[in-house]
Design a protein around this ligand. Sequence first.
Ligand code: MF3
Ligand code: CO
Length: 248
Amino acid sequence: MISIKSAREIALMKEAGKYNQLTFREIEKHLKAGITTKEIDKITHDFIIKNGCVPSCLGYEGYPASVCISVNDEVVHGIPSKRKLKNGDIVSIDLVLAYKGYHADATRTYIIGTVSNEVADLVINTRNAFYEALKILKDGVRVKEISRVIENYAHAHGLSVVEELCGHGIGTNMHEDPDIPNFDDGNNTRLKAGMVIAIEPMLNLGKKDVYLDDDNWTIKTEDGKPSCHYENTVLITKDGYEILTGED
Ligand code: MF3
Ligand code: CO
């Protein structure tokens, strides 16, 4: 069942989205070579709590941190650790928080220092894939049309699409119906005004194949090449959409 949010719920989700954006601004102040991913987790956790929000990932199915931090060949769900960021890394920060029970989910991938043109393009094109999908997002669009736009954009730019993970509806639960895959799996469901979804392309520089690390959380690329992730929580409206977690 896909929930249609009331005006009151949408107002709360917008607030949650604002706090999610503010948290990224706080994280960005500290992001540089030498910081550990655990330090980023602590900064994130403390800022979320200070704002009266809840870090949704902490304890979710046993996840041990407040934010997912995935570096280079890590696709998603990287666990903060003593690992230090270094020049040439790309780091994706996947942040879900709740305000008055409503979740906002967004991911940004940052470049630390300098990277090859190929990796810089991966980061730009993953973000672009999200915005390509938004061009057709409005009341009545089918899930598979969104998926296909992302898939086509990725392939046109020589990137592969991770198939094991997908976007999702969001609201009082972090993950709600429907799934929003980044490849066309034939889902004919129509999205309607008042639905809120997280669209989140996860694109690989090399092959699409991924595996679960021994820590039982981190998903990594099979070929060891970098992966990138970009995500926003988006409200569907009659004529289009509204991004609740910012456009950066
Ligand atoms: N944004 C991530 C997702 O949609 C959040 C996962 S939280 C975790 O999968 F606790 F499962 F890591
Ligand atoms: Co998500």
